[in-house]
Write a protein of this length. Structure first.
Length: 292
C-alpha cells in the first residue's frame, strides 16, 4: 500500500510539472517592459521583482531587450520630493538585485526613465528599430505611456506595425503627461488589452506568506521587495496588500499572449508554481566565505 501511494504521488508530481511546462509558450518576438514605480502607487516594486523572476523561471530572460522604470515623468503632488527620490533608488535596487540573484540578465541595463531619460528612449528605440514581422516587439505598459510615445516618435513609422503594446489598466493608458493613449495608437502600433490584473494579483498579504517563509532566499527576496511597497507609508490603498499586478502582463506573454491563448487572468498559484519549480530544479549554490 505505501508503494502504491508513492507511485500515485510521483504521477501527480509529474503531471503538475508537465502542466506547468505547457504553460510556457510565448509568441515570436522580444519583450520590453516600461514601468513606473516612482509614482504614488508602489505596486511596481513587487511587479518588477516578479516579472524578472518569471522571465528567468520560464527560460526567456534572453528575450527581454529593454527594462526601464520610473516612467512617471512629472511628479504627482501625492508624493514628496524626498519620497520620490527613495522610489527611484528602490526601483533600481529591485531591478539590479533581482536580476543578479536570479541570474541571466547580464546582457541588459535597467534604466531610470527620468534620471537616464535619453539613454532610456534610445534603448527602446533600438528595440523598436530591430523589429520585424517574424521578430516583433511586445511592450509591457506597466506605467504611463510617455516613454513609449517618445521612442515611437523617434523611430520609423514602417517599424511601428511590428510593435505590440500590452496593457491591462486605463489608469496607465490615460495618465500620460505628454501623450494620450489615442496618440500612442495613432503611431500604428497594435493594442493588446487584457483584463485588470489587480483582481487576482493584488491580494491580502497572507496570500504571499508562502514566499516569506520559503527556504530559497531568491523567493524570500521577492517577498521582501513587495513588502516594502506595503510599508513605505505613502499611499493607504496598499495597506495589507501584496501587489504584483503588472507582472500579470508578463505572465500573459510567457504563456502565449494572443497568439497561443495566454493566461488573461494570472494568479498567485500560477506564479508560485513557476517560481518554485525553477528554484527546486536550480538550487542555490552554497555560499563560501573568503578566508582572511
Amino acid at each position: 500500500m505505501p508503494n502504491k501511494s508513492l507511485q500515485l504521488l510521483f504521477i501527480f508530481i509529474c503531471i503538475s510539472i508537465a502542466a506547468t511546462a505547457q504553460n510556457i509558450n510565448p509568441p515570436n518576438g522580444r519583450i520590453a517592459i516600461v514601468a513606473d514605480g516612482n509614482s504614488p502607487d508602489p505596486d511596481d516594486l513587487g511587479g518588477t521583482a516578479i516579472s524578472i523572476a518569471l522571465l528567468r523561471a520560464a527560460g526567456l530572460e534572453g528575450r527581454l531587450v529593454h527594462y526601464s522604470h520610473s516612467c512617471d515623468l512629472v511628479r504627482d503632488d501625492r508624493i514628496s520630493e524626498k519620497a520620490e527620490k527613495e522610489r527611484h533608488h528602490l526601483m533600481q535596487v529591485t531591478c539590479d538585485m533581482t536580476a543578479r540573484r536570479w541570474g541571466g540578465f547580464d546582457h541588459l541595463t535597467f534604466y531610470d526613465a527620468i534620471w537616464q531619460k535619453e539613454e532610456t528612449i534610445n534603448d527602446l528605440c533600438w528595440a523598436i528599430n530591430t523589429s520585424t514581422a517574424k521578430d516583433p516587439l511586445w511592450i509591457i505598459e506597466a506605467g504611463e505611456p510617455d516613454i513609449i510615445g517618445m521612442a515611437l516618435q523617434k523611430t520609423p513609422k514602417a517599424k511601428h506595425k511590428f510593435v505590440k503594446v500590452i496593457t491591462h489598466h486605463p489608469a496607465n493608458d490615460n495618465a500620460g503627461d505628454f501623450y494620450t493613449w489615442q496618440q500612442i495608437l495613432d503611431f500604428g502600433i497594435e493594442e493588446v488589452r487584457i483584463p485588470d490584473q489587480n483582481i487576482n494579483l493584488k491580494l491580502n498579504h497572507g496570500e504571499w506568506d508562502w514566499a516569506r517563509d520559503y527556504t530559497d532566499s531568491r523567493i524570500r527576496l521577492i517577498w521582501t521587495i513587495g513588502n516594502i511597497a506595503e510599508i513605505d507609508n505613502i499611499v493607504k490603498f496598499q495597506k495589507g496588500k501584496w501587489d504584483c499586478s503588472d507582472a500579470g502582463m508578463v505572465l500573459y506573454w510567457i504563456t502565449g499572449a494572443k497568439v497561443h491563448g495566454g493566461l488573461e487572468a494570472g494568479s498567485v498559484e500560477i506564479v508560485k508554481s513557476l517560481l518554485k519549480t525553477y528554484v527546486e530544479n536550480n538550487p542555490e549554490k552554497p555560499f563560501k566565505s573568503k578566508k582572511r
